[in-house]
Ligand binder design. Structure first.
Ligand SMILES: [Zn+2]
Length: 296
């Protein structure tokens, strides 16, 4: 009689551990400043060896480019996540926010002003995080969005290096204030498309995502100093022999080349049977068992 009870108890325990491991940041941890850092533990491991890619676009909304990107995504029937800077949102581009939400994309925060969070004191970071997340929540409410997820992407991927506090502990506090539970999920990326490098062509940026999934030629920038001491950027070609498989891809909807790259990638993905999935369908970023209703 004891055995089944034990088995059931073990199962419940295992499920709890799995559930907490999925959450970024983890419920049960108190993070240590300057010690708990790095990206690798926060990659989308569930997408490795898969053919699935998540498209994410940072630094918008851009007045003309984001709407054109939305048009293309609609034509191709693809959903993406927009990590916006909430300081950029105003009456003149509110229609873009409305489109993002109503056309089934995910609206997420990339901080209020794109400052390096490691350089901000705790009070500033706490206030800005609260403001940016509540602003996203009020936008969701304004357009009757049923989006449950709440994602935050650190500008420059910078976190955990301030010596006086750790961003994840503050994030959990802020989340508790807004949602009454641990709901703000930070998201890094697995595939850097390098679309921020002005010298890369749209084809090369698209190829960077494909090479990370399937292997092959990829492109990055190389810094070259001229004889006069100036810095010059050159495109450097390299081969990916052991691709990671699927992952979250980083792009920016503020660059013309990124819009073209996204279109080229989406068309090639269809031929190559690469599936483009929304962020909240990825195990690490799932909100399946959470309510996450803002209570502020
Ligand atoms: Zn950014």
């Amino acid at each position: 009689m004891i055995k089944p009870i034990l088995a059931a108890a073990t199962l419940v325990l295992t499920m709890n551990i799995q559930a907490s491991e999925k959450q970024f940041p983890e419920d049960s941890l108190i993070y240590r400043p300057k010690v708990d850092s790095g990206f690798d533990q926060y990659r989308s491991k569930s997408l490795r060896k898969s053919n699935k890619v998540v498209l994410t676009f940072d630094d918008g909304p851009h007045r003309t480019r984001t709407p054109r990107l939305l048009d293309m995504l609609k034509r191709e029937n693809v959903k993406a996540t927009f990590f916006i800077l909430t300081k950029n949102v105003n009456a003149s581009n509110m229609f873009i926010i409305e489109r993002i939400l109503k056309e089934g994309h995910i609206l997420a925060s990339h901080d209020h002003d794109h400052d390096n969070n490691n350089k901000e004191d705790e009070t500033t970071y706490r206030e800005e995080l609260y403001n940016t997340v509540t602003m996203i929540e009020s936008l969701k409410r304004k357009y009757n969005s049923n989006q449950v997820s709440s994602y935050y992407r650190f500008p420059y991927g910078a976190y955990g290096r301030n010596e006086f506090y750790h961003h994840f502990n503050v994030m959990k506090d802020v989340s508790d204030r807004i949602y009454g539970e641990n709901c703000i999920n930070f998201a890094f990326w697995d595939i850097d498309s390098s679309d921020w490098v002005a010298q890369l062509s749209p084809e090369q940026i698209s190829q960077n995502i494909i090479a990370h999934v399937k292997g092959g030629t990829a492109y990055k920038h190389k810094i070259k100093r001229t004889i006069f001491g100036n810095t010059k950027y050159e495109v450097d070609k390299y081969k990916i022999k052991y691709p990671i498989g699927g992952g979250v891809a980083l792009l920016h909807d503020i660059h013309e080349r990124s819009l073209k790259a996204a279109e080229i990638f989406i068309k090639k993905a269809k031929q190559l049977k690469i599936e483009i999935v929304p962020l909240d369908e990825v195990e690490e970023f799932s909100y399946k068992n959470k309510s996450c209703q803002s209570i502020y």
